[in-house]
Design a binder for this molecule. Structure first.
Ligand code: F1P
Length: 296
């Protein structure tokens, strides 16, 4: 019996637990408590920046903002700018680093040191072993976040997250989630960045109609989209009463157990499954390239 070989995306996403453990064992970037930091990137990298910023600030380690590189507020004072870019070639990221050069110390987290970001940033953290062939990012993005989380100190247990991710790779996906026609992802605090990334992944890999909101915003309008045959997926704890409100719409509610980053791994798998169900290859996302390089 012949079976279709797994996509590169599927193969790479399954290596996330090992990548996270490796990231946690190699911390070289651990900003001082109180440092005022801006984290930036585009697409997936921006959502990882959002998650880290919220996590760092909520853990009391200092004000941390996140901006898409195209909206970076160049006039603000920061102690450091952290840029996340798998490719090291994304134009908007390079422009930010160029704009703050000599004024604000910068660190780039990248998968490829042989790219312009190496010179554009003062320092580079190179996670080349987490690089991907897939255009759609999974393991580099979460490994960069795991690396940054590990730098927050012992309160943030990336090793436990990796164990949860192993379970997330094994657990069957609910068939109704794969067959749904629409998916909305919710999060709060640092998991809002994960919710945004989950929604982006489904759009990129499967061309799916997805949305993402801070969980408490969901009742302020977006819940009108929920109905039978659609999914509401919550990262982290649900605000009081929201599960009942979603149940009232007939939408399927999915909540995660364990570390929210491991729950994102489940959505990576969902994105691949939905793409395949639609006859699409997650390795050939429509209209996407590894990075966006704009004309000078
Ligand atoms: C960022 C990015 C990807 C996106 C697309 C274009 O790349 O926006 O997240 O999926 O492929 O590039 P990078 O700066 O992290 O390399």
């Amino acid at each position: 019996m012949s079976s279709t070989p797994a996509s590169r995306t599927a193969v790479e996403l399954a290596t996330q637990p090992d990548c996270w453990r490796r990231a946690a064992a190699h911390i070289s970037f651990s900003p001082d408590p109180g440092e005022r930091i801006a984290v930036t990137g585009c697409g997936t990298s921006w959502f990882m920046a959002q998650a880290y910023a919220a996590l760092r600030e909520s853990s009391g380690r200092g004000e941390t903002d996140a901006f898409p590189s195209s909206e970076f507020p160049g006039g603000r004072r920061y102690d450091r700018v952290v840029a996340i870019t798998r490719s090291g070639t994304t134009t908007e990221v390079l422009r930010v680093l160029d704009a703050v050069r000599g004024r604000i110390p910068t660190v780039a987290i990248t998968a490829d040191a042989a790219t312009p970001v190496r010179d554009a940033a003062d320092e580079a953290v190179v996670l080349d072993w987490a690089d991907e062939q897939s255009v759609v990012q999974t393991r580099f993005a979460t490994t960069a976040l795991a690396y940054l989380r590990a730098g927050l100190g012992p309160g943030d247990d990336v090793t436990a997250a990796a164990a949860d991710a192993e379970a997330a790779l094994r657990a069957p996906l609910p068939a109704a989630a794969v067959e749904a026609e629409q998916w909305t992802f919710l999060g709060a605090g640092w998991t809002y960045g994960l919710a945004q990334e989950a929604a982006l992944k489904m759009r990129e890999a499967a061309g799916a109609w997805t949305e993402a909101y801070p969980a408490m915003e969901y009742r302020h309008g977006p819940i009108a989209v929920a109905r039978p045959g659609r999914v509401v997926w919550a990262f982290g704890p649900m605000p009081e009463g929201l599960a009942e409100d979603v149940a009232g719409t007939g939408a399927l509610l999915i909540t995660g157990a364990g570390d929210p980053m491991a729950d994102l791994v489940r959505v990576h798998r969902l994105a691949v499954a939905v793409a395949e169900r639609r006859g699409l290859s997650p390795d050939a996302p429509r209209g996407l390239t590894r990075s966006v390089i704009l004309a000078p």
